[in-house]
Ligand binder design. Structure first.
Ligand SMILES: Nc1nc2c(c(=O)[nH]1)N[C@@H](CN(C=O)c1ccc(C(=O)N[C@@H](CCC(=O)O)C(=O)O)cc1)CN2
Length: 307
């Protein structure tokens, strides 16, 4: 089979995310009608990072389209940590705001751990607060990080029951790798977290029924690292020069994942594309978390957002 003869099923994260957003929109409308509550999300961005500006604009648009309140706080690059913490304190105290998100990365000089841990854990719709990491680890209800949450939704939709499957996660970040491991453990998978220092990474990956790539290295995971029929979740979003040398010389770029897609798709059973796989689930899950936070703040039982 030629390298680009894809035979894996393509997991359409864009379509799944659109369905989830529809369900969140309907649930939020009922929350307003039945309880007079409009979910409110505050997004804080510091500095001018161009990619972050786009993500934040998209979050604002999606939030308003879902019928929620959206406040965006754009702070200059020169903002001090104390000023940012003061804004977070105000948002923590604002009863109309149920979700607070500080866009990452933050400028050098601001300690993101201190900032994220200043957010009220019940408003921490990113699920990055240490209290939410702890809740996830011990199986208590909390806020679950959006990218891992969306990835598990895609896996359950693709495979049904995940019990007993071997899951290998490549990447040990606090915002993807570690919470992904907790979520897959909760689904009764046998979980391995591998990383750049793991010995014989290809051999570890070849054991995976479910392979989650979250390393941030363009196309690092090759086709011969993949067990035939495995399900691949590619969390990577890497901007690289265009494949067309003329366009590349003009500075044009394209987005690729952490997995060499064509090679992997020739071996895997199912795979998320980049773009259009896990990425769209991140914002859809952010809206879902904001809806759930608004329900909890008003002692309302959230409706199921399952498909
Ligand atoms: N506070 C947070 N900061 C950041 C997060 C986060 O979840 N919380 N994640 C990323 C950025 N991000 C959202 O903020 C994000 C990135 C990418 C996508 C997405 O849908 N990507 C598209 C491709 C986009 C492209 O072509 O450039 C896709 O995969 O289809 C959504 C959200 C870092 N910061």
């Amino acid at each position: 089979m030629a390298e680009n003869d894809a035979r894996a099923r393509i997991i359409d994260g864009k379509a799944f995310a659109a369905g989830l957003v529809e369900r969140v929109t309907a649930a939020s409308a009922s929350l307003k009608t039945d309880h007079g509550v409009i979910p409110g999300l505050a997004v804080v961005i510091v500095g001018e990072d161009p990619a972050s500006q786009i993500y934040v604009r998209n979050k604002g648009e999606r939030t308003r389209e879902a019928g929620m309140r959206s406040d965006t706080h754009r702070l200059p690059e020169t903002t001090t940590q104390a000023e940012l913490l003061a804004l977070i304190a105000d948002l923590n105290a604002d009863d109309g705001i149920h979700g607070i998100l500080v866009q990452l990365p933050l400028p050098a000089g601001i300690d993101s751990t201190v900032v994220l841990d200043a957010i009220d854990p019940d408003k921490d719709v990113d699920g990055f607060h240490v209290v939410n990491a702890g809740r996830l680890a011990v199986g208590l209800p909390g806020m679950v990080p959006c990218t891992p949450l969306g990835s598990v939704m895609l896996l359950k939709d693709a495979l049904g029951d995940l019990s007993g499957l071997n899951a290998v996660i490549v990447g040990r970040s606090n915002i993807v790798g570690k919470p992904m491991a907790q979520l897959l453990l909760a689904q009764n998978c046998t979980v391995t977290i591998a990383h750049s220092r793991s010995h014989d990474l290809p051999a570890i990956c070849r054991e995976a029924d479910i392979l989650v790539a979250a390393v941030g290295r363009p196309e690092m995971i090759k086709g011969d690292w993949i067990k035939p029929g495995a399900t691949i979740i590619d969390v990577g979003i890497n901007r690289v020069p265009s494949a067309d040398p003329v366009k590349a010389a003009e500075g044009k770029t394209r987005v690729v994942g952490d997995v060499a897609f064509a090679q992997a798709a020739a071996v895997a059973g199912a795979i998320t594309p980049v773009p259009g796989g896990v990425g769209p689930m991140t914002i859809a899950c952010l809206l879902a978390n904001t809806y759930v936070a608004a329900c909890r703040a008003n002692s309302v039982t959230p409706v199921s957002l399952d498909a």
